[in-house]
Structures are given as structure tokens and as C-alpha cells.
Design a protein around this ligand. Structure first.
Ligand code: AP5
Ligand code: MG
Length: 190
């Protein structure tokens, strides 16, 4: 079973690259950002609570995202494997994921970290914001807040996975195809 954590700052290309990887390896794509946005669109109580954090570029509460992932794992027990995109984002989430996967005796195969410089990230997200309608892509200050939160709360997870020998750094710049090939090369070595 192949279980990948696709990691990196906002706008690093996690969602873009997940699309081709799920196709190639027949994996289930679990993006907590996408799951939260569909809850917001459906105006569920969970979505309305999460929206307060997301629109300003802060993280949604751990309890919300962990329970969403738990439900998705329970719904997809026959999967070939999973791509976790935008999850885990805190040490508490990483521990919860390990505990959940332990229940099914399936470990994380590797954590693939896409690296992109801040200037390019801001360009990518402002460009997307013109058409995506995502409130958190509209203002440089909100994008910078997302990056700040990433550095504070999420980046420390590199050490969490490094300690398990599961951390792989991948250059997230260049064409989408070249980056996809870098990811495939790394996955082949797992
Ligand atoms: P989430 O939806 O996960 O957003 P994010 O991580 O901030 O970043 P994106 O999804 O915007 O970027 P991405 O890396 O997927 O890049 P993409 O492929 O889209 O989270 C949103 C919010 O939800 C969080 O801020 C938080 O509030 C909440 N949340 C989510 N998960 C949570 C969790 N686990 N815990 C707590 N809260 C959580 O690409 C970005 C753009 O760049 C696109 O326009 C794309 O076309 C373009 N692009 C991609 N690749 C390239 C390339 N090679 N060259 C040029 N452009 C490119
Ligand atoms: Mg994404």
C-alpha cells in the first residue's frame, strides 16, 4: 500500500500534483482544504465554524480536520492507498494520523515536501485568486498570514517525519510535468 503525505507551503502545488499521482497510482486523494471548502459551500455547522479561520488564513481546529480524515478513512477501507494533501498540518494532526493508520496497520510510506520560494507562491496565489473566488487568495496580507502559520505550526513536521526516515524534499519549481517526474522518481525509491 502506498500512503503519501504531500507537503509544502500554500501554493506549492500539492493539489496540482496530487491529481496526476492519484491517476498513476490509483490512490484516494484526501485534501482537508477541499473537504473544508465543500463543507463551507454546503453551509454545514462544521463549514460555518471552519470558515471563520480559513478566510483569514488561520488553521481550522485540529478536532475538525482529524474527524474529517477519520471518516474518509472509514469510508475507503478498500483503497490502494492515500494521498494526504494539506494534512497533517500540526504535530497533533501527525500523531493522530499515525494512530489512525496504526488501526489499519498501514504506515505512511513517505512525506514528500514541495519547496517553492515565497515570491513565487504569492504570485501563484494572487493569480489564482482572480478566478478561484477563494477568499484566502484575495489579499497579500492573508497569503502572508498563511505562510507565517505554515512556518510556525506546519514546517516543524519535517522533523517529525525526518525522525521516522520518511522526509523527502522535492523542488516544486519548473513545469508541472517536470515536478511530477521528480515526485515519481522519489516514490519509486520508497
Ligand atoms: P488548503 O486548501 O490546503 O490550501 P493551502 O495548503 O494553503 O494551499 P493551496 O491548496 O492553495 O496550494 P497547493 O499546494 O495545493 O497548490 P495548488 O496545486 O493549488 O488549505 C486552505 C485552508 O484550509 C488553510 O489555510 C486552513 O485554514 C484550512 N485547512 C486545510 N487543511 C487544514 C488542516 N489540516 N488543519 C487545519 N486547517 C486546515 O497550486 C496553487 C496555484 O499554483 C494554482 O493556481 C496552480 O495552478 C498553480 N501552480 C501549481 N503548480 C505550478 C507550477 N509548477 N508552476 C506554476 N504554477 C503552478
Ligand atoms: Mg491545495
Amino acid at each position: 500500500m502506498l500512503n503519501l503525505v504531500l507537503f509544502g507551503p500554500p501554493g506549492a502545488g500539492k493539489g496540482t500534483q496530487a491529481e496526476s499521482l492519484i491517476e498513476k497510482y490509483k490512490l484516494i486523494h484526501l485534501s482537508t482544504g477541499d473537504l473544508l471548502r465543500s463543507q463551507i459551500a454546503a453551509e454545514t455547522p462544521l463549514g460555518l465554524e471552519a470558515k471563520i479561520y480559513i478566510d483569514k488564513g488561520f488553521l481550522a481546529p485540529d478536532s475538525i480536520v482529524i474527524s474529517m480524515i477519520k471518516t474518509k478513512l472509514q469510508e475507503n477501507t478498500e483503497a490502494n492507498g492515500y494521498i494526504f494533501d494539506g494534512f497533517p498540518r500540526t504535530v497533533a494532526q501527525a500523531k493522530a494520523l499515525d494512530d489512525l493508520l496504526n488501526e489499519y496497520s498501514i504506515p505512511v510510506s513517505g512525506m514528500l515536501c514541495l519547496t517553492v520560494e515565497q515570491e513565487e507562491i504569492i504570485d501563484r496565489l494572487l493569480t489564482r485568486g482572480k478566478t478561484s473566488g477563494r477568499p484566502d487568495d484575495q489579499e497579500v496580507s492573508i497569503i502572508k498570514n498563511r505562510l507565517q502559520i505554515y512556518h510556525e505550526k506546519t514546517e516543524p513536521l519535517r522533523d517529525y517525519y525526518r525522525a521516522q526516515n520518511k522526509y523527502y524534499k522535492i523542488d516544486g519549481t519548473g513545469s508541472i510535468e517536470i515536478i511530477a517526474q521528480r515526485l515519481i522518481d522519489t516514490i519509486s525509491s520508497l
